[in-house]
Design a protein around this ligand. Structure first.
Ligand SMILES: NC(=O)c1ccc[n+]([C@@H]2O[C@H](COP(=O)([O-])OP(=O)(O)OC[C@H]3O[C@@H](n4cnc5c(N)ncnc54)[C@H](OP(=O)(O)O)[C@@H]3O)[C@@H](O)[C@H]2O)c1
Length: 290
């Protein structure tokens, strides 16, 4: 069950940087058309120029879409339909994340994170699956995070959204098995965002963006359900499966300690014009102060 990448049309959500951009670079010599989506088209424009310089016959469509805005996702699909774009492979890679203590976060931001990391990928997949099933070909690559396996105080909502992506991908994969549409969940660990300098010690875990993208793609094409890119990260993730939940809570407590120490180093008082702080209602439900 191989995804129809060669000569196909691949939609990459979150293509302007990081793993998404590396996936676009790796796929560009093989596909017919790339549809590249991010919040901002400026970086996408530069990427399109780069890809076309190396692959003059490649079709590249770029489109801005804020996944945290449901109307923008609708507008993206109207645009694709108007241009008769038929997506063979969906790569969902957008990374909307921030850190902060949950009770202190504005509700609006939490809502946007859930919209971008949960509702948008679910909606985009739903919109594309019907046509994929009709044609009897397709593939879905979900790029999430190893955070799906951890408890992450300081990134509570983000960690929860990664669990959603994990369960969503694995369950959907079972539903689509007979239809021949592979679904792969990729859960990377720490990535080196910049190339290491000569002589610099590379941490055992850290993987380059290019290598992460390559391993994600290889796993997808082998039809794997779950890919942990990088040898070190893969072993830790496999080991975690056998450790009791209490051990993971211990790791979470350690992470919380580190997170609070970094908070102490930051200026704590909001300055003039700072966003309103959330109000905790008696029932415990946070709401925006606006
Ligand atoms: N980097 C890591 O260390 C790491 C580790 C583990 C897992 N991951 C996972 O790998 C995936 C990619 O991460 P990355 O580090 O490569 O990301 P990145 O460099 O930050 O790129 C993220 C892409 O997502 C887009 N994006 C972010 N928020 C968006 C929104 N609300 N609407 C539309 N597009 C949005 C960005 O668009 P703009 O550029 O226009 O903002 C960008 O194209 C994510 O799922 C992340 O959780 C990353």
């Amino acid at each position: 069950m191989r995804p129809p990448i060669d000569n196909g049309t691949v939609l990459i959500i979150g293509a302007a940087g990081g793993i998404g951009r590396e996936l676009a670079r790796l796929l560009s010599p093989r596909v017919r058309t790339l549809v590249l989506v991010a919040r901002d088209v400026d970086d996408l424009g530069a990427l399109r120029e780069e890809l076309l310089a190396r692959n003059p016959t490649l079709g590249v469509m770029i489109r801005a879409c804020r996944l945290d805005d449901p109307r923008a996702v609708d507008a993206l699909f109207e645009h694709l339909e108007r241009h008769y774009v038929r997506v063979d492979v969906l790569i969902n890679n957008a990374d909307y994340a921030f850190s902060g203590l949950y009770a202190e976060e504005r509700w609006k931001r939490i809502e946007e994170l859930v919209q971008a990391n949960v509702l948008a990928p679910a909606m985009i997949t739903h919109r594309l699956l019907g046509p994929m099933l009709e044609r009897g070909r397709g593939g879905i690559l979900m790029v999430g995070s190893g955070a799906a396996r951890l408890f992450l105080p300081g990134a509570v909502t983000f960690a929860a959204t990664q669990r959603f992506l994990d369960g969503f991908s694995e369950s959907l994969r079972l539903e689509l098995k007979d239809a021949g549409i592979p679904v792969t969940f990729v859960a990377p660990g720490p990535l080196a965002l910049e190339p290491h300098l000569d002589g610099e010690v590379t941490p055992f875990f850290e993987l380059s963006l290019r290598q992460c993208a390559r391993e994600a793609l290889e796993g997808f094409e082998r039809g794997e359900a779950l890919v942990y890119p990088g040898l070190g990260h893969r072993w830790v993730m496999r080991l975690l499966r056998f450790l009791p939940r209490s051990f993971k809570r211990g790791l979470g407590r350690l992470a919380l300690g580190g997170f609070k120490r970094t908070l102490l180093l930051k200026p704590s008082m909001p300055g003039p014009g700072a966003p309103p702080q959330p109000v905790l209602l008696a029932g415990g439900e946070p709401t925006s102060a606006t």
